[in-house]
Design a protein around this ligand. Structure first.
Ligand code: OXD
Length: 309
C-alpha cells in the first residue's frame, strides 16, 4: 500500500516528513520515482499528467493538493468510480481574502495611477472616493468566497455575492442564477471571481458580462484563467468599459512572456499566489483524509463529478 505524490510545483519533502510522522507504515512515493503501480492506494496530486491516474489499478482515492479539482477532472482517462477529494480550507480563505482586500484597496486608492505618476516624478493628488460607494461583488460563495465577502464587508465595503445556486451569508446581499447575475453585475464596482471552474462557469467573464458592469469597473480574477475571455478583457480595458484588472490565474501558466497582459498598463499580473497550499497549514487535513479512508469512511470534501467541484 503506497501513497503517490505528484506535483511539479509543490516540494515533496514537507509532505514526506509529515506522512512519515503521522502514518509511518504508509510508503510515500514521489513521482517519477520508480515503484509498483499496483501498490498505489492514494494519489496526492496537483495537475497530474493526463493518463497517470488510470495506470494505477488499485487506486482508492485521489486527493487534490489544492481547493480546485479542475486540474484532475480535465484528464480524459480519469478512472471512473474513484473518489476525488479536495482541500476545504487549508488557509486559502484567509490568504485569498487578504489578496482580494489588497486588490480592492489598490484600485480604490488609485495605486496603479500613482505608480505611473511616480515614474514621471508627477505629483498629483487623486481622490479614492468613499469606501461606502465602492460596492464589491464576489462571484462564488463557497467557504472561500464567503470568507472573502465577510472580510471585505468588515473593511466597510458594501458587499454583494453571486453564486450558481442560492446561498445566504449574513450582511451580504446575495444573488444567484442567470437572472441574479444580471442584477448583480450592474451594482458591482469591483468584481472578485473565486468560482470553481466548471462547464457552466468557463468563460463567464466575457464581453457581455463586462458590458453589464458600471463603466470603469474593475475585475479581480483569483478563480481560474479559463473563467476569463482574455481578448474581451483587453477590449473592455482599451474601450474604458473596465478601469483595471488584477489577475492571478491564466489559461496558460506560467503566463507566456510575450502575453499582452504582462505589459498592459491597466493590468496587474501575479503568478498564481492568491491562495497557495502551505504544507504546515494543510498537512493535518490531508492526513485526516487518508486516515478516514483507511477506516473505510468518506472524508469531507468529496467532489461531485457531475457538478465539477
Ligand atoms: C487551488 C489553487 O485550487 O491553488 O487551491 O488554485
Amino acid at each position: 500500500m503506497t501513497l503517490l505524490f505528484y506535483s511539479e510545483t509543490d516540494a515533496p519533502e514537507p509532505w514526506r516528513d509529515a506522512f512519515a510522522r503521522a502514518l509511518p507504515q504508509l510508503p510515500f512515493r514521489v513521482w517519477p520515482e520508480p515503484g509498483a503501480d499496483e501498490a498505489v492506494r492514494y494519489a496526492l496530486v496537483w495537475k497530474p499528467e493526463p493518463g497517470l491516474l488510470s495506470r494505477l489499478p488499485n487506486l482508492k482515492a485521489i486527493v487534490s493538493l489544492g481547493a480546485g479539482v479542475d486540474h484532475i477532472l480535465r484528464d480524459p482517462q480519469l478512472p471512473q468510480g474513484v473518489p476525488i477529494i479536495r482541500l476545504l480550507d487549508a488557509g486559502f480563505a484567509q490568504q485569498m481574502a487578504e489578496y482580494s482586500a489588497y486588490a480592492v484597496l489598490h484600485f480604490q486608492h488609485r495605486m496603479q495611477e500613482f505608480l505611473a505618476q511616480q515614474s514621471n516624478a508627477d505629483w498629483r493628488q487623486l481622490d479614492p472616493g468613499l469606501t461606502r460607494d465602492w460596492n464589491v461583488g464576489v462571484m462564488g460563495l463557497g467557504v472561500i468566497g464567503g470568507h472573502i465577502a465577510q472580510r471585505l464587508a468588515a473593511l466597510g465595503f458594501p458587499v454583494l455575492g453571486w453564486s450558481r445556486s442560492a446561498r445566504r451569508i449574513d450582511g451580504i446581499d446575495s444573488f444567484h442564477g442567470d437572472s441574479g447575475l444580471q442584477q448583480f453585475l450592474p451594482r458591482a464596482r469591483v468584481v472578485v471571481n473565486v468560482l470553481p471552474l466548471t462547464p457552466e462557469t468557463e468563460g463567464i467573464l466575457d464581453a457581455r458580462r463586462f458590458a453589464l458592469m458600471p463603466r470603469g469597473a474593475f475585475v479581480v480574477n483569483i478563480g481560474r484563467g479559463a473563467h476569463l475571455i482574455e481578448q474581451d478583457l483587453l477590449d473592455a480595458l482599451d474601450a474604458g468599459q473596465l478601469g483595471g484588472a488584477m489577475l492571478d490565474v491564466f489559461r496558460k501558466e506560467p503566463l507566456p512572456s510575450d502575453h499582452p497582459f504582462w505589459r498592459h498598463p491597466k493590468i496587474v499580473v501575479t503568478p498564481h499566489v492568491a491562495g497557495v497550499t502551505i504544507p504546515s497549514e494543510a498537512e493535518s487535513q490531508v492526513i485526516e483524509i487518508v486516515k478516514t479512508l483507511e477506516r473505510g469512511e468518506m472524508p469531507p470534501g468529496v467532489v461531485d463529478r457531475s457538478r465539477g467541484y
